[in-house]
Structure formats: C-alpha cells, structure tokens
Design a protein. Sequence first.
Lengths: 321, 330
Amino acid sequence: MATRLRAFEPRYAAAPLSVILVWLIFGAVNPFFLSIDNGLNIAGQFGALAIVALGEMIVIVTGGFDISVGSVAALSTVVGALAINALGIWGIVVLPLTGIVAGLLNGLTVSYLRVQPIITTLGMLLFARGLALYLSGGDQTVSIESSDILSMIGYGDVAGVPSITVIVLIMGVCVALLLAKLRLGRRLYMVGSNPQSSALVGVSVEATVTAAYALCGLSAGIAGIVFLSRAGGGLPTEGNGLELQAIAAAVIGGAALSGGIGAAAPILFSAFFIQSLLNGLNLRGTSPFVAEILLGMVIIFAGFLDFIIRRYGTSRRGETL
Amino acid sequence: VKGGLKSRATASIETMPPSGWVLIALVVAAALGVPRFLSAGNFLNVVRVASILALAAYGQGVVIVAGGLDFSSGSAVALTSVITVLALVSAGMTGPGALACGAAATILIGALNGFLITSFNMPPFLVTLGMLIGVHGLASLLVGGIPLDAPPTAGFGWLAQGEILTIPVPVFFAAMGFVALALLTRTPLGRSWYLVGANPRAADFVGINRRRSVRFAYLVNGIFVAFAGIVLTARVGSGQPNLFPTLPFEAIAACAIGGLALSGGTGRPVQILLGVLIISVLDNAAVLLNFASSVQLMLIGALTIGAVLVQQIRWTRVRRRLRHDGSRSG
C-alpha cells in the first residue's frame, strides 16, 4: 500500500520533467538534437550510469550509500578480461560475480561490523582501484580477443534499439519488480525508513542491508560489462567519478539520502537527463567544464527541490508513510 | 558523565585515544621493518607531507563534529591554486595578494556550503557533492582544463619548500592550525558544534542558534581548506584543476581513523591529528618499502576500514557489557 502511494510523490516528477525541459531547450537550439538518431545515441551512452544509479538507489533506500561503484566496475572489467582470456567468452559471468563479491564485502562490513558506509565504501574504492591496477600490471589495458557476443552487447541493436538500452530497460523492470513485489524490496523500504521498528517486527536489518550492497555491487559489475564490451578490454582506470554521477542521478531521480524513499523509473529518467545534458552541450560545442558546473548546480537544485517538497508537501507524505 | 567519580578515575587512564595506540603500533612496526624509516630526514618529510592533509582534516573534523560532511575541499583547493595563478598572470598581482584572492575564493565556497545547508535544510552530502563537481568545472574552465604555471617571480615557493630552524614551513601552518582549533573548541562557538552535532533538538532547547553554529562550522572549514590550498599551490607552483581530487576522502578517512564519530558530536582535535599521522606514516612506509602504487592503494583502503574497526570493536564490547550489567541490576 505504502509503496503504491509513493509512486505519486511529486519528487519523482522532477527527473522526467528535467528530461522534457532539456529536450525542449536543446531541440529549439539545434533540431538535430531531437532526431531519433541522437536519441538512440544518448540511449546507448547512458547505459553504465543508468545501471549503476539503479544499484546506488537500492542502497540509498536503505539509508546508506556506496562511493565504491566506479572502482568496483573498473575492477570487474579487469578481472573479467583476465577470465575471458583464460576461459573464453563465458568468463563474462565473472564480471557480475566480482561486483557481487565486492558488494557483499561492503554490506557485511556496514551491517555486521557496523563501520559507517562512507568509510567502508571509501576503503573499497581505494582497495578495488588498487587491485585493478595490480592485476593489470600498472595502468595497462587488459586486451581481449574481439567476440561477436561482446560487440553485440557494446554496439549491436535489437530491432533498432541499442543492446545497452535493452539491458538498462530489463534491469529497470527487474529493480521495479524487486522493490514493488518481492519481500526483499518491501524490507529495503522498511529498513530505510525505520531500522529499529523493522528489527522489532522481525526483519533482519543486517541481512537486508547486506543484500542491498550486494545488489549495488552487482549493478557495478553489470556496468563493467558495458565498459568492457565498448572498450574491448579491461580498463583499470575506468569509472573515476562514476560514483558521484550515480549518487547525483539517484538524488535527482527522487531517492532521499535519509532513506526509505526511491523508485526505479525516475532513476532511468534521471540518468537519461544527465546524459542528454552532456550530449546537448557537446553538440553545441560547449566546454565539458560548463557541463560539470551545470551538473553541480543541478545536484544542489535537486536538494532545494527536496526542501520545497518537504516544506509544502508534508501532509501528503505524512499519509503515505 | 553518568558514572561520576568512577568514570572520572578511569578517564584519566583512557585519555589516550585508541588511535594513539594504533599510531604507536604502526611507528614501532615501521621502525623495525622499514629501512630508513627512523631518520630525522624522513621524519621531517613525513610531517611536511602530513601538514597539508592535517589542515584539510581540521576543517573536515569541525564540520563532522557539527553533524555535517564536506566533499567540496577536493575542488576548493584546486580553485585556490587556479585563482591565485590567474591573479598573478592576468591581473598582475604580487604573490601575497594573489594568494589572498585564492584563499578568499575558497573561503567563499565554505560560506556558500554553510548557507545552502542551513537555509534550505539540505543534506550536507548533497550540497558539497554538487560543489565538488561544479567547482571542479569552474576551476577547469578558468584555465582551460590544463595546469597554468605561475610566473617564477611569484616567490611563494618558500611557503611549501622553506624551512625555519630546519622545520618545514608547512609544519608551522599545521601546528598553528592545531592550536587555533584547540582554542576554538573551548569557545562558546566551538562548544556549540558538539551539542548541535550530538543532539540538534537539545541545542535548540538550550537556546543555541543552530543555523549560525553550523554556518560558522563550514566557514571555519573553508578557512582551513584555504590554508591547505595555499600550501598546495606553493608546492606545485601552478594553477591545477586536478590538484588534489581525493583530498576530502583522505580527510574524512583521517577523521574516522582518528576516532571521530561520523554521526557527529564527538571528537578531539588531537584525534584528528592522530588520524592524519596514521595515514601519513602508512603512506611513507609503503613508499620506503618500494611498494607499487597499486599495492599502496590496496593497503590504505584495507587499513582505513581496519583502523576504524579496531577502535569500534572495543566500544561494542564495552557497550554490551554495560547493557548486561544494566539489565541485571534492573
């Protein structure tokens, strides 16, 4: 019941509205921006960010956050590339596995050892980056033989839609189903909104939080597949700053850093919005640094919007919670 | 507070923060296992490098005690260097004037952080993250994304490389910063950070202006970060948009390793210093042992968590024991 009502929260409207706004503005300036080609181009590029942002949102719903996702994605490309070289193309399953292991370690440390998320995932950020560099022997790219499956994932399309977009949409649906239909999903919200009372009604806060970080790690591993398939090799230095963009995407997509609030669909809009913004400025030949300034302002504005909603929409949220 | 006499007696034994033992253990291990660790030259090198992190960590510590967090220092120091060099090159200012401009820009970021966080009740995490990204863009834009060298006439290299009585100049900055911080925590403003961080509602009840207190915390943070930026600018002698992007993470790690609760309300200046020294000694030992940078990263990552864990395990045990005693007597 509670989750169903949440779907109408005004905070979730910000991301889709931002997409429309960006498309109207850039479309008015440059008609090419509105072309289907460019739309598909953006949809192909926003893959890694959208996937990681979904995982990040799950952790944020439980009241934590994960700044290690960029490093973990890089580590998974390196481990995955080594596995593919040793085992053949099915070594690709090693990427999500690497992500899950890193996520599990994060989750166990946060929940059972009670180390704060920022310290835990900061440690993992440094450790995973170091391990990725170590395994690749410095900052070398671990090259792999090109394969049909990888080029299909990276650059192929399914009925005109880029494969990466298809992966993102499938993941979006999975996360939405998880949050709305599965017991684990319900528990993520419970633990995020009130850990004490969830523990009182018999929900294992530790297990739920661990699962959330494991899922976030999994998303980083899947983002690693996107990087690997696009670059054709393991990239130990990839994904720097991805964690910040992922948190930004989650927040613009309406997830509350205080926990208990978040949904899948707005996250996809929000990642699409960020990529559209970068793409549109790029088409205009604007410096990427201006895009950075704008992104920073958008993040702060998302916080401002949250303030407005909290102040003028509290009675409504009081009912839903 | 609760235990009265008994706890006051044990407190005198426990004045050494757990992180102090961690540092002693680390120094002993390094002295035994790392060649050339125990030399005066190396010691001065460690403290010279540590002083930049120390300045940033003092600021971070203030904000953490007041219940906040700051990610923006990573770009704020870059802005210091960029503005300073631009003031030298484009505006033709002298070294001290240019440094003052750079510092002012950084302090402004701190003030802006505090204003946004308190006025609109925004999560510090979000505001300072936006600042980190936005200010990096601004610093890059100002110099076109590549480092801009300061003219050799700037003459402020002394601030980073110079020595007074064989003690490196940055160490004086760090020492003065420490004294300033220690004094500050004894003023009404400094005390208010602890109360605001520990229990905002209680702070309201006793009549503390919570917004003003938090605003000043971010302003003080900005001042410390500005000094870190000045020393960094003097060290590299150029305006660099990517000057020290991991600074906030290292500063937060230093505070956590030192034993500050990231939830706010507790922490002594000496703990921040201990955290900084632990990280610096580790870095130094890894370099002296010729570890690859990848292994260094892994080590520091694992030890960040490890150092926090070591201190935490003791506390949970103590707490569990207290709870047992409580339930038995009640």
